[in-house]
Design a protein. Sequence first.
Length: 504
Amino acid sequence: MTSVRYRADDDRRESPVRPTDEDPVAAAGSEFIGGPAGRWALSGHRWWNPLRVMVLVVIGMFALGMVQKTSCYSGGWFQPPPSDQQYAHACYSDIPHMYTQRGFGADLVPYFDRIPDSLSGSADLHYLEYPVLTGLFMEVASWLTPPGSGQHSAQIFWIANSGMLMICAVALVVCVARTNRRRPWDGLFVALSPALALTATINWDLFAVALAAGGLLLWSRGRPGRAGVLIGLAAAAKLYPVLLLGALFLLCLRAGRLRQFGRTLGAAVAAWLVVNLPVMAFAPHGWAQFYTFSKDRGTDYGSLWMIVRDRSGNALDGVNEYGIALMLLLCVGIAALALYAPRRPRLGQMAFLMVAALLISNKVYSPQYVLWLLPLAVLARPRWRDLAIWQGAEVLYFLGIWYRLAYLNSAKHHGLTADAYHLAIGVHLLGVLYLCALVVRDILLPEHDVLRQDGSDDPAGGVLEGAEDAFVLGTPVHEPKHASAPPVPYADGGPHPEGGSYTG
């Protein structure tokens, strides 16, 4: 009888986790569709499986985000100053502006053709200031746009990009849902994210986010080489995915899996070079524009440094050095946490902390940068209450940045003053720090980690799952020195002879 009970418990641990079973907020939110699933509810259906439901949800949310941009699509993007409609209605997007200002309407080839100052509006910006793979994404969308540089072509350019970004949103949800086999419904928070709906079509960040999420999915399936290819491609679209390699290095160092990390790193470098080398070789000045623009950019909207600059009256000419110093300090802390923690942190936790450190220390925070953290936050702390608090802070900042720009671009100064905007930045920073604090607590006190309460190690860890520690600083609390949970006492007080857990 005991072995039968134990096998039944194993079956429960392998069965999919429904949010309404363990999350009070998800259970309460399910009331409008009839309440939490009952004990005898079917876990699947021939067609209505979790993945298809989430795909339909994210398409619906993405469409709502497009509807939210309607007033700008109808004219707000194209009204000259001092009109502030695109800010007052919080429907701004870079995409239609880039169509004209970066020469897509004039059939200029990104990185190869110099952009006239009359189009870019800047004497210092001569080429497209985006990484190469994002530039290719934009160029493909321009091929789907009818020729011309007028309003109609810019609208179609936004539509074409939005359609391609919707595919990225679907891919993102699928990757998050499949990264942890036992928790497919975690992808639902990504699909329902208000920040995703509001920011998905502001810029092209969602493309890199989907590629990075695909890399994490492949790593979770024990395919480090293929994971590296997607992470390298993601870094060719936006630089931040490089930080995922930093998280993997720390975890592989602790677990003695540096050979697997080397495969990922080598594949990532190779993929990045395949995309970048042709442009580097034949259009070096165009290729370098992204890096020079990023380096020369001063203290900008949304950053901690903007508050410091405005409050102190200091121009912060050394903001690059300040930001790098803070980022390095945070990375040292994260590395110490990874190597000193009583149990090896999960990949989702480390990746989230690394990217959050960049966003906290960076000299600019555009509202769409929330997408960088979205899949990582779900993998790191899949609790709907905590994720909703963080998302609420990000939505407030989304409104804050546009109302601040409305104030600055309207004659009547309708919008947020500098003090009110600083408060919005503070709310955003506190939201990120709140989630970071919970993730750090889960690492230091693993009994609070939602994913480890059933005895799991790291469902997204791939080759790290259940691996013994090879390099640890300090003395781990759990013996022997590995990441898997100690066996739960058996019914008579001793451990189960086969390990694992027992419920009577």
